[in-house]
Ligand binder design. Structure first.
Ligand code: ZN
Ligand code: FE
Length: 250
């Protein structure tokens, strides 16, 4: 099958590299250098670059990687990019040359208006939409958009592995526990995450089952989250908007 390697960039970005038989793809290369090091060290050829959204910490390495590797770039159709790319949108399927993997594109607006996620073979590359125990900030979209994007992801099979764009899990768990201090699944996730981080290991990938059980942004219909949100309106979008705002100031 294939191997997936987390490449750390900047403070807390993950560039996910997937490879099989010497062929590789990367997701959201904010920086080319750590990617080129891994390609070089392992003798891999880069065939595809998948971009989830236009932020620089996810795209900064694309131009250089194109020059050095001639990889094809896939990026959201609803956003602007300075590099040549195949625009992708919901329902598109990507077959990656050299790798027996077919990925489908999901439109998940909210963090940015054109944000996409890539899903296939039990893996979700969620960019800055779904994080471990959290979700992205609403830079461009509305709470309603982000809520339905997260709900769309929540419909994926529970054994889906979730590969997020940042290592934010510990901070997100601290916030989630501020809402529900005695939540058992959260407490055990905090322990498991702390053990991984203490060894210098990523907290990711997560699984959809774990996110459904612990991520407050996927649990806006549950009494504990509704109460903690202190929202006057108790519909899930209002609850989501309230806790997303609380997280901004946490
Ligand atoms: Zn972003
Ligand atoms: Fe980011």
């Amino acid at each position: 099958m294939f191997e997936i390697i987390p490449i750390l960039a900047f403070e807390d970005n993950y560039i996910w590299l997937l490879h099989q038989h010497g062929h590789a793809l990367v997701v959201d290369p904010g920086d080319a250098h750590p990617v080129l090091e891994v390609l070089d060290a392992r003798g891999l050829q880069l065939h595809a670059i998948l971009v989830t959204h236009h932020h620089r910490d996810h795209t900064g390495g694309v131009e250089e990687l194109i020059q050095v590797t001639s990889a094809q770039v896939f990026a959201p159709a609803k956003e602007q990019f300075s590099f040549p790319h195949h625009p992708v949108t919901a329902g598109d399927r990507l077959d990656i040359p050299g790798i027996t993997l077919s990925l489908s594109v999901l439109d998940v607006p909210g963090h940015t208006v054109g944000h996409v996620a890539y899903y296939g073979d039990g893996m979700l590359f969620s960019g800055d939409t779904l994080f471990g125990a959290g979700c992205g900030r609403l830079f461009e979209g509305t709470p309603g958009q982000m809520y339905s994007s997260l709900q769309q992801l929540a419909q994926l099979p529970v054994d889906t592995s979730v590969y997020c764009g940042h290592e934010y899990t510990e901070r997100n768990l601290a916030f989630a526990l501020s809402l529900e201090p005695h939540h058992e699944a959260l407490l055990s996730r905090r322990e498991a995450t702390a053990a991984l981080r203490a060894q210098g290991l990523p907290s990711l990938p997560s699984s959809m089952a774990l996110e459904l059980a612990t991520n407050p942004f996927l649990r806006c219909h549950e009494p504990g989250i509704i109460a903690a949100s202190k929202s006057a309106a108790t519909d899930p979008v209002s609850v989501f908007a309230a806790i997303r705002e609380m997280r901004n100031h946490f």
